[in-house]
Design a protein around this ligand. Structure first.
Ligand code: G1P
Length: 271
């Protein structure tokens, strides 16, 4: 069973500057909730019991947010506003934190979870990718059938592929691939139309694979380079996820997401 997850949230959020100087992009609100809460809820509803968040010096707001708010709860009780209590309850999951001292890439952030993971399989959820509908749960289901690492995929337009890790793979069925190789942000000749989105399930062997990876030209340890190393040791799978994926740092996606959540809520209230 997959019970542990790592959520790397240490990036600078450069695409959303200047606001990210003080507000982490993971805290951008979507219908009164920070975007990272949707990601935590996605993990919890897939059966995750323990989360390690990788944060950086400027992300204390995330730690504060997931803390208990006992004073506020007491106030709501005294003020007879009990209907608001469910809004301030933290998600039912243990959250641990560690700091990435400098931006050394996604692969390096994952390596900080080595002791947390031990010998267990684990999920990775990137909090700038929001999935509405089925997400990490579908990858966990494939892991349980295949017992290998599973990478979340989406088919994207050709001209967008240069912004993603892209897989080369053989189809097993319509939405499932046996991965032959991965390329990080191919500037030309992408091996397929299948881009990696921020959802993964890994066997613990990814840690040893990441140890072998040399930093790229920008000094970062790429997770895709770790996946390429892992492929030499064991099979990995790619699963096209059926949920809708939004990139919180893209202004268009952020607005679309806001609208969608607003409409869902309005329909729910019959407004
Ligand atoms: C990271 C990964 C990339 C993946 C993407 C998904 O890139 O390196 O392989 O496709 O997340 O969002 P980033 O967007 O952090 O540059």
């Amino acid at each position: 069973m997959v019970r542990k997850a790592i959520i790397p949230a240490a990036g600078y959020g450069t695409r959303s500057l200047p606001i990210t100087r003080v507000i982490p992009k993971e805290m951008f609100p979507i219908h009164h909730k920070p975007s990272i809460q949707y990601v935590v809820e996605e993990a919890v509803s897939a059966g995750i019991e323990q989360i390690l968040m990788i944060v950086s010096r400027s992300k204390n707001m995330i730690i504060d947010y997931f803390d208990e708010s006992l004073e506020l709860e007491m106030y709501l009780q005294k003020a007879n506003k009990l209907h608001l209590l469910s809004k301030v309850k933290r998600p039912d999951v243990q959250i641990l934190y560690t700091r990435q001292p400098f931006a050394g890439g996604l692969g390096q952030a994952i390596r900080l979870g080595q002791h947390f993971i031990g010998n267990d399989p684990f999920a990775v959820l990137l909090p700038d990718d929001l999935v509405i509908g089925e997400g990490i749960k579908e990858l966990i289901d494939v892991y349980q059938e295949e017992h290998g690492s599973v990478i979340g995929l989406k088919e994207v337009e050709e001209e967008q592929l240069k912004n993603y890790g892209v897989i080369d793979g053989d189809p097993i069925r319509n939405d499932l691939f046996s991965i032959k190789g991965v390329v990080e942000k191919p500037q030309e000749n992408p091996p397929s139309r299948h881009a990696i989105i921020g959802r993964y399930v890994f066997t613990p062997e990814i840690m040893a694979a990441l140890e072998k990876v040399q930093p790229d030209r920008g000094g970062e340890i790429q997770l895709t380079a770790g996946i390429q190393e892992l492929l030499a040791a064991q099979p990995c799978y790619g699963k096209v996820i059926s949920g809708q994926r939004f990139d919180v740092a893209s202004e268009k996606d952020y607005i679309d997401l806001q609208l969608q959540m607003y409409r869902q809520h309005a329909d729910h209230q019959g407004k």
